[in-house]
Ligand binder design. Sequence first.
Ligand SMILES: *Cc1c(COP(=O)(O)O)cnc(C)c1O
Length: 390
Amino acid sequence: MAIIYLDNAATTQVDERVLKKMFPFFTEKFANPATKWTSSISKEVDIYVEQARVDVASLIEADPDEIFFTSGGTESDNTALKGVALAMRENGNEIISTKIEHEAIIKPLETLEKMGFIIKFVNVDKYGFVDPDEIKNLVSKKTILISIMHANNEIGTIEPIEEIGEIAKENKIYFHTDAVQTVGHIPINVKQLNIDLLSLSAHKFYGPKGVGAIYIRKGTKIDPFMEGGGQEGGIRSGTLNTTGIIGLGEAAKITKKEMDFDGEKVKNIRNSLWKKIQEQIPGVFLNGAEMDKRLPGNLNFLVKGIRNEPLLVALNERGIIAGGGSACSAGSKEPSHVLKTIGINAEDLFSGIRMTIGKFNREEEIDIIVANLKDYVKKLRELSPSWKEG
Ligand SMILES: *Cc1c(COP(=O)(O)O)cnc(C)c1O
């Protein structure tokens, strides 16, 4: 059965060109770049790793020495929050964030709170947007860090991070953004956006899993999260994941060139899919921002009167892989904290469906998706006593 993969916000298929680039570094070029001063093969690997650093830096308009490789988005988020909090604790103990962040931000913030830091949450509106003016009101002399995601992984809403960066800069507060959903998909310029720290992850833009990076602006005070041999300028110890890093670099290089084209294609498929869903299925409602203010591939909607889990399982049986929220909350007993925060009614919290389009999706898939969705929604609603059409 051909698979129709609609969960590109959870992870993406590795681009063949990325895989091809990585391959030799598992076997003949397996050396550890740390021994580059004495070993010519290590030196060769090092050259590729440093090229990857240049390619990742170029994708977000940073300098290569501001890029530190990590194991992915989660580690970069933890490094940013805990690293800045510890390094800056003499200056203050307040951090500003939102309640719609990824768990990789929410959990470390809970830990920091237990350690005595105060987390101030800026509200989001029903589309998931934060209001920069509200951030201004939350800022105090004790604020050391603002951490607000670039775009939300569930509802796709793109936050006004340029304005937030401006506020952070005016108040001399560090600004971190979890840009795991945007890097590789929409253009980012960390200098123009006044970003001090940024998290990115390879597997969200057709690179391998388990590798990512944190951008740290030169001069930012931060303690290392992972301590040991002092790799990555002491910011991130541990033998480099050379294959992963080289894959990340290649994915960055490819997307820098092809992002506009792929983004347009992805957006067209998404828009046409949503149009047809609305035309053919009654009782569906968009969650999150309007189409041009959300990620190009993101669709998140409520299907009134059904629970998402049986619908997702049924679609999966026909080879259609969609999601119910984030990868972590799909199928869990807990409702999505994002839908909850944007004010979705309790009775609808388990009715959210997320379909996220990627560059490997095709126009021809749209009608198959809509036909199956329509079919199963009808069947499930017949079983549901609460659903009345019209
Ligand atoms: C996927 C994701 C993460 C986690 O990244 P990993 O590389 O999977 O650890 C963090 N934040 C956001 C917004 C994400 O979408």
